[in-house]
Write a protein of this length. Sequence first.
Length: 189
Amino acid sequence: MTNDLKSQLAAALGVQAPPEPSAIQVAYNTYKRTMCPLQIETPLPETVSFLPENFPHLVKLQTRIGGSQEWINAKWGMVRELLEAGTFRDDEYRVDPRRVHALQGVIQLLRRPHSIHPNLRHGQRAPGNIRGKHIYVRERRGNEVWVAFTLPDDRLGVTVVTSSFYTRRTWLEDCAGLPAIYTRDPGTR
């Protein structure tokens, strides 16, 4: 329904039209509706689930705290209530637009990766390290790769996606165990 039609309908009924959802709220709603009910079988094999609390990591949701100019990663507990209620506003938050755009593609990345590697930096507490036991990789043009990290969540008894992003092959060479534990035959689509 267009904004004009919503406004006209609200005025005719004598009520205030609800505000349009923010871009981040729309991305979360789509993620929760289309991805959270899914369990993906991967070639490893492992069964991977998408959970609402992984959304901030998948889109690199960031905020500023206490008037600081430095962006920090937003935790699920900071945004859960607003996202679940459908009232999240983008003010003071940002996401990586490439990650939001590629969010639905993570399903295909897990189902048909070009390779899967152990994550050498899993469990280390240092800047740039990402939680995840496995790194799923798809080769892209030039020097770019698309990666997704999976991790068994012992608390919930499922394997989840902890992060996904585009990066350079050199970054992957520093973080991924070689040789790959799975490689897809290049002749298959």
